[in-house]
Design a protein around this ligand. Structure first.
Ligand code: IMP
Ligand code: MG
Length: 204
């Protein structure tokens, strides 16, 4: 049985895991991601030339990417996180972005590198950039693993972009659908949610 949504069954995690990747299509492989992370780290390192950097991950989606990226950065860095939420459903972003929690690390006069999983409409990235500029950062740059320019509703751009992707819903490597699939090592497009008979019950 292909039970994607049934979490109450006593089936093992392995079983559920095989099961719930039925509707996922591999989009970016582990080795493509690894090469990309190394490339981005080289660019960042060359630009900051040994200057101290405060790397700020935008929670939740950036945590896997950030963990890999910082281990290739040979710079004196600090790491902190920020959480903002857009006041809308799981899949859609709205312009109504709010700060959930900011960083504890002092920001004034620092070079900030914001790490994002994906820039979609751009509301989140735009909000975070302006937030750090208002806090008196010396500079603010954005590094995003994925960029979906076709969906942009703001003028924000990221200085460092891993992959430009088409308008598909992507999961894995930190990106979620309903907090699921973050642990997958590659990036997949999610076609829909499948019921126990293998039928798509939720189009995405
Ligand atoms: P934005 O504010 O519309 O640019 O979207 C930012 C957030 O929406 C990202 O940080 C993700 O958490 C989420 N998001 C947008 N597109 C996707 C996707 O394809 N998969 C998973 N999350 C996404
Ligand atoms: Mg998300």
């Amino acid at each position: 049985p292909r039970s994607t949504l049934d979490r109450s069954s006593a089936a093992s995690d392995v079983y559920k895991r095989q099961d719930y990747v039925y509707n996922l299509n591999l989009t970016i492989s582990e080795s493509q991601i690894r090469k990309c992370v190394e490339r981005l780290a080289r660019l960042i390192q060359a630009d900051y030339k040994g200057e101290p950097l405060l790397v700020v991950g935008a929670l939740n989606g950036s945590f896997v990417f950030l963990a890999d990226l910082i281990r290739h950065l040979h710079l004196p860095i600090q790491v902190d996180f920020i959480k903002v939420s857009s006041y809308d459903a799981a899949l859609k972003s709205s312009g109504d972005v709010r700060l959930h929690h900011g960083v504890r690390t002092p920001v004034a006069q620092k070079n900030i590198l914001v790490v994002e999983d994906i820039v979609d409409t751009g509301f989140t990235a735009d909000f975070i950039r302006k937030y750090f500029e208002n806090e008196g950062a010396a500079s603010v740059r954005i590094c995003t693993l994925l960029d979906k320019p076709s969906r942009r509703l703001t003028s924000v751009t990221a200085e460092y972009v891993g992959f430009e992707v088409p308008d598909q819903f992507l999961v894995g490597y930190g990106l979620d659908y309903n907090q699921q699939y973050r642990e997958l090592r590659a990036i997949y497009s999610l076609e829909g949610v499948v019921d126990s008979g293998g039928r798509v019950t939720e189009e995405i």
